[in-house]
Design a protein around this ligand. Sequence first.
Ligand code: AMP
Length: 448
Amino acid sequence: MCGVIGICSKSNVSTSLFYGMNSLQHRGQEAAGMAVYDGEEIRRTRSMGLVIDAFTEEKLRELPGTIGIGHVRYATASGSHDYNIQPLMGFIGGEMIALASDGNLVNYQILRERLEEEGMMFQTTSDTEVILYLITRYYDGDIVEAIKKTMKVIRGAYSVTALVKDKVVAFRDPHGFRPFVLGRDGDDVIVASENAAIEIIGGEMTRNVEAGEILVIDGTGIHSDRFESEATARNCIFEYVYFARNDATLDDINAYTFRRRCGEILWEEAPCDVDLVVPVPDSGIPSAIGYAQAAGIPYGEGLVKNRYMGRTFIKPTQKEREMAVKLKLNPLVDVVKGKSIVLLDDSIVRGTTSRNLIKRLRDAGAREVHMRITSPPVAYSCYYGIDTPNRKNLIAANQSIQEIEENIGADSLAFISLEGLAKAGKKDVSEYCTACFDGDYPVDPTLI
Ligand code: AMP
């Protein structure tokens, strides 16, 4: 999980990239980087931390240029090291190239080992370096051909943006796992992981970058090509469940509307006779509104969120994860005391969040705490860029719903069905990647 942006403009882009990256911050908070072409060379700045910390006004001034790309990073497979901060850079036919990706290659290890045997020395532990290296290797003057040859070899999820001299190049894997959209602001062209990055700088999203599409954007316009493959689009359903912003309209589905519908559908599938519908903020809010309205039960903010906490999910030890949930969410006694409540959250992964919240809501005086989850049980690891832990740590891979209910201490527990989830997006289950729920992996993960 990461965020990417690329802008081709007639005026300076570094400030727009900075704002765009800020609006993609939820996709990665670990590091941020930007590369801008100033007419002669590509300059790059990268740093650990949030976008706001990584770039000062002075740093942005040192990055003049009308074409550039940016990246926010959430370390999944490759670990947290400054040498992995993107964009990565190299040389292609004597010219500089900068490249950044969102996703995860399932055959990274195999490709890396093969390339190392051939004598290649890697400078990172990021699969993005393999993409960069292969494009460079296949390049003989035609960037689109080099990308097509690269796409033949790499497997998995990738939404890539690159700066090749005076061009922004963007391409998306044949399944379109990770989101990628295209937009305009007058004559400026923008590609980004989510539409907010386009809108925030005054532009408008025009369409999706299609699965398997290769775009070359320069002063002459937008040139589209395709990587031919048998694969059909399988957008990641977890983007709608949890990951994307509420205002994201990805592959023609708005995340807020999707989440709200999930709440309505969950009410139909698993009604609950309670005094109050309470969301786990922020991701549970739209679905709790949907559930409450469908049920005709009042909606109440029974948990207060500390807005200054980062992600709690990937803290290394269980103790740290427990403390992080406490710091992040605190029950609001006045709202929940004496009430029977139903708590809406988007997912249960290890069970830490629900167990902790249910206990503390009871301590705060809630009479009954029922739990409703707007995704099916997460029973399989994701190999396409969503940071799910090893299968042995997924509570739903090891316990039945009844056992999870007891484990987290809920009065009742229900998950939305997979069909119900797909219905929220008005698509068929087969049009999404649902591997984390049903183990149906569109790209063989054993290539790892
Ligand atoms: P857990 O506490 O392990 O059961 O994780 C579930 C909580 O983590 C839910 O409240 C989700 O909103 C959140 N969550 C689910 N998937 C992810 C993810 N990939 N990264 C960060 N947070 C997540």
